[in-house]
Design a protein around this ligand. Sequence first.
Ligand SMILES: Nc1ncnc2c1ncn2[C@@H]1O[C@H](COP(=O)(O)OP(=O)(O)O)[C@@H](O)[C@H]1O
Ligand SMILES: [Mg+2]
Length: 197
Amino acid sequence: MPTENKNNLRKLIRQKRKQLDFHQQDLHAWSIARLITRQAAFRNAKRIACYLAEDGEIDPIYIIEKAWQYKKEIFLPVLPPTGKSLFFARYTAQTKLKPNQFGILEPDIHPNHWLRARELSLILLPLVAFDEKGNRLGMGGGYYDRSLAFIKHRKQWHNPKLIGLAHELQKVDSLSRESWDIPLNMITTEEKIYTNN
Ligand SMILES: Nc1ncnc2c1ncn2[C@@H]1O[C@H](COP(=O)(O)OP(=O)(O)O)[C@@H](O)[C@H]1O
Ligand SMILES: [Mg+2]
């Protein structure tokens, strides 16, 4: 799929996603939390990366609360001012947040304490579109692909497990996988879990 088509698809799905009202958003967030928190990938995970929802993305807040209850550690992506790769900073109910260069809120934590993706058990990713084969279309920055590139060079891939969170309306028939794209193990929507390996 040419980049131009992918950009059109991004625009189209982001528009549809933004039209969901608060009640539908909350219902989807709740259904997805219920599905995910029953999975072995969640139950066994000690360190879980989430994100703060924007633009009509699935809100992982119910998953975060459940994880805190179970004494699991939650992390949020942080972007170094010069880098193009994500690090992950611990997020607790007490963590102060501050906006990064793109205005996205991040934990206000010293870089000495940031982790790499490879140190996490599970990463919950936002996405714009997905297909049943685990292909993910993001916002177009390639940040997760770059941060997870090490997975391509591994013979065996245990951790981190990658689970995309999406509304069912974000599903498309098929997405072409580019050489740098990292596929997801699972995608969870308000209706079901799509599993790939
Ligand atoms: N591992 C990587 N190394 C270098 N550049 C990368 C890597 N992964 C992604 N990119 C770059 O990021 C850009 C956006 O990636 P894309 O997959 O289209 O975005 P997204 O995954 O956010 O939908 C691509 O043009 C690609 O060149
Ligand atoms: Mg990609």
